[in-house]
Design a binder for this molecule. Sequence first.
Ligand SMILES: [Ca+2]
Ligand SMILES: [Ca+2]
Ligand SMILES: [Ca+2]
Length: 121
Amino acid sequence: MERTDLVSAFRALFAVADGDHDGRISHAEWIAATPRTGARHSDADRASPIRMALRAPPEDVFRDLDHNRDGLITFEEFVRDPLASFDCLDADHDGTLEQAEREAGRTRCAAVQTPVPPVAP
Ligand SMILES: [Ca+2]
Ligand SMILES: [Ca+2]
Ligand SMILES: [Ca+2]
């Protein structure tokens, strides 16, 4: 997997959730783009990549993604954790993740995926 592919995939997901295309996902946009807590997946859910990608309750996911707690998710916040995981796994930093790097880094990089504490604005 290429780092650029990862960014592209997340950019597409971000565009789906950013209903008014202002470059930030508001709480309302996030809830509209993700299934309600405990709701069963409908056909519409299955057609939406973001709904199927996120199994956790949307409230929890939003809180984790909104690193600076300003109530909006920017693209930078959206990709921060996945990119941190990628960069940790990409041991030789060539922007490509080999299967061997994935396996070698699984334990070493497990800690990277824990949510980052809030940062004061
Ligand atoms: Ca928006
Ligand atoms: Ca934010
Ligand atoms: Ca690599």
